[in-house]
Every structure is written in structure tokens, then in C-alpha cells.
Design a protein around this ligand. Structure first.
Ligand SMILES: [Zn+2]
Ligand SMILES: [Zn+2]
Length: 190
């Protein structure tokens, strides 16, 4: 993983949070369509988020990954923070989370949370749940919210220092965010 300058919780945790958000945004509940609809979509998600899952990904893996996605949606969807914490803890347990230091592919030593040889669903679940746990312990749920675009129900994680992120990273909403920032700068300048 490339090292980036500023992170909210450290590079690996930030990546895990990004993966959790991208995963829940593949669900019909947030995106309006099932975006994790076949094994190629799952492979794409895994490689985009650098999940170093061992073994071949098959269509048989899809239902379990979607089940983990539903559980992450439940964590981020409840109004009750104690309930969110309970759900995260259950996911950490059920995915067989096994923290250990790992070094591979030229990266320095870093933490892995999935058990060696874990199925893709457990691998994703352990990494995402642990990242959420670190974020919850530090900041509660302050950094998680729904996109502010009218009609957009996608979720976002705000890793910015001043916590001003309002729009998700989809093309439509990302552009809207750029236009809003541009107008704010113009207003400030005039
Ligand atoms: Zn790794
Ligand atoms: Zn959006």
C-alpha cells in the first residue's frame, strides 16, 4: 500500500473504512441497484481495495459477502450507537478476526485482522469491522453520514481534518461538491 501524507486513523484503517463504505454503496438500499451482481463485480471490489484474499473467487462466495454487507449496513444505518457497537463487536467475533503483523509485496510491516486462509466474506468482514471499531472508539459515528445530494442515499466516511465532507464520491455528487466549493471560493473572493 502506498503511504499517503495525511490520514485520519492511519493508512490501513482509512483504507478499511473506505472499503466498508464502498461495499455498502454497492447495495440496492444505498445505490438503488445491486452493484455486486456477479463474480466479476466481487473480483473488482477485492482488487480495488487490495484485499489479498487467497484462492480463487467463485460465484459461491457472493451470498456470504452480501450478508457481511448487510451487517455493515445495519451498523451504519442504526440511530442507536450502542446497537452499532454491539453489531460491530458481533461481526469482529463472527468473522474469526485474528490480528497479526504481516509483510508482503514490498509493504512495510502492517496489521492484518483477518484470519489466515479466511474466506473472502470473513476477510472483508474482519478488516471492515476492525476499521469501524477504531473509528468508533476515536470519534463515535461523527465521520459517517448519508450523502447530502438530494435523492442520493449513498453513505460516506469523512476522513478530512475539518470534517466538512458532505457528498459521496459518485460522479454526480462529486461534481456537485466541486461546484459548491468553486462557488464558495468565488463568494469568498468577491
Ligand atoms: Zn496487507
Ligand atoms: Zn451522493
Amino acid at each position: 500500500m502506498p503511504r499517503m501524507a495525511a490520514t485520519a486513523f492511519g493508512h490501513d484503517i482509512d483504507c478499511g473504512l473506505g472499503a466498508a463504505i464502498d461495499l455498502v454503496n454497492t447495495a440496492p438500499e444505498t445505490g438503488g441497484a445491486e452493484l455486486l451482481d456477479d463474480v466479476d463485480a466481487l473480483r473488482g471490489f477485492l482488487s480495488e481495495h487490495r484485499f489479498e484474499t487467497v484462492g480463487e473467487i467463485t460465484p459461491d462466495h457472493l451470498p456470504a459477502v452480501r450478508a457481511v454487507r448487510s451487517r455493515l449496513l445495519a451498523v451504519l444505518g442504526t440511530e442507536d450507537f450502542d446497537e452499532a457497537v454491539r453489531l460491530v463487536n458481533a461481526l469482529i467475533t463472527d468473522t474469526g478476526t485474528t490480528p497479526r503483523l504481516a509483510r508482503h509485496d514490498g509493504h512495510p510491516w502492517h496489521m492484518h485482522y483477518y484470519a489466515p486462509g479466511a474466506a473472502p466474506s470473513d476477510h472483508i468482514g474482519a478488516e471492515c469491522a476492525m476499521s469501524l471499531a477504531f473509528a468508533f472508539a476515536a470519534d463515535g459515528r461523527d465521520r459517517f453520514r448519508e450523502c447530502a445530494s438530494p435523492g442520493c442515499r449513498r453513505l460516506l466516511v469523512d476522513l478530512s481534518r475539518n470534517r466538512c465532507k458532505r457528498f459521496c464520491d459518485s460522479r454526480t455528487c462529486g461534481n456537485r461538491a466541486h461546484v459548491a466549493a468553486y462557488r464558495a471560493r468565488r463568494r469568498a473572493a468577491s
